[in-house]
Ligand binder design. Structure first.
Ligand code: FES
Length: 187
């Protein structure tokens, strides 16, 4: 009986692993669904400038986050096929960034995942007073000057960051997200 249970358990585990690989493969095959990666540029996700390439100067100094998507340089596809690809751009005086954060910033611009690691809401609010990113679902706050560390609220970990560089003033991804985009499903 125990053996049968063990076999069923490992078959289930194998099935889940295969399914996970299939999802990953589908993501890799479709540039719109693939996560941002080295060499990508960024475009505004919404608003009057939707689809326009974002330059360093387009990101307001010490202001609210710009919500954007990465663009695959090979195909020109905007990576908006998954909401988990949302990226937040913010700009600060480079001297005000924490050491680990300044290493991945470009001219003071930092980039983070726009998906809250608590239960997956969009991180779309901004505290003007504290200059923190805010998830309005359950009020988690993240410090964008310090690797999006959790300041308060139920989020279990910081937002994954995305390293940047600037090419003639245009923002370019210098790599992928620092961690997988994960959150707990709400019941
Ligand atoms: S989903 Fe962001 S704080 Fe709960």
């Amino acid at each position: 009986m125990r053996n049968r249970r063990a076999v069923l358990k490992s078959a289930l585990g194998l099935g889940l692993a295969v399914r996970g690989l299939r999802v990953l493969h589908a993501q890799e095959g479709d540039p719109r669904k693939a996560r941002p990666r080295e060499g990508d540029r960024f475009v505004f996700a919404f608003g009057p400038r939707e689809g326009e390439t974002i330059r360093v100067d387009d990101v307001p100094m010490a202001g609210e986050q710009v919500i954007c998507y990465a663009v695959d340089p090979a195909s020109g596809a905007v990576r908006d096929g998954s909401r988990l690809n949302q990226v937040l751009l913010l700009r600060f005086d480079p001297r005000s960034l924490a050491p680990g954060t300044s290493e991945v910033a470009a001219d003071g611009v930092v980039a983070y995942s726009g998906i809250c690691p608590h239960t997956g809401c969009d991180v779309e609010d901004w505290s003007e007073e504290a200059e923190y990113l805010v998830c309005s679902c359950h009020e988690s706050e993240f410090d964008p000057r310090d690797a999006a560390e959790v300041i308060s609220g139920p989020a279990p970990r910081r937002l994954p960051s995305l390293p940047l560089r600037s090419e003639d003033g245009v923002l370019v991804a210098a790599g992928g997200f620092s961690a997988a985009i994960r959150f707990r499903k709400e019941f």
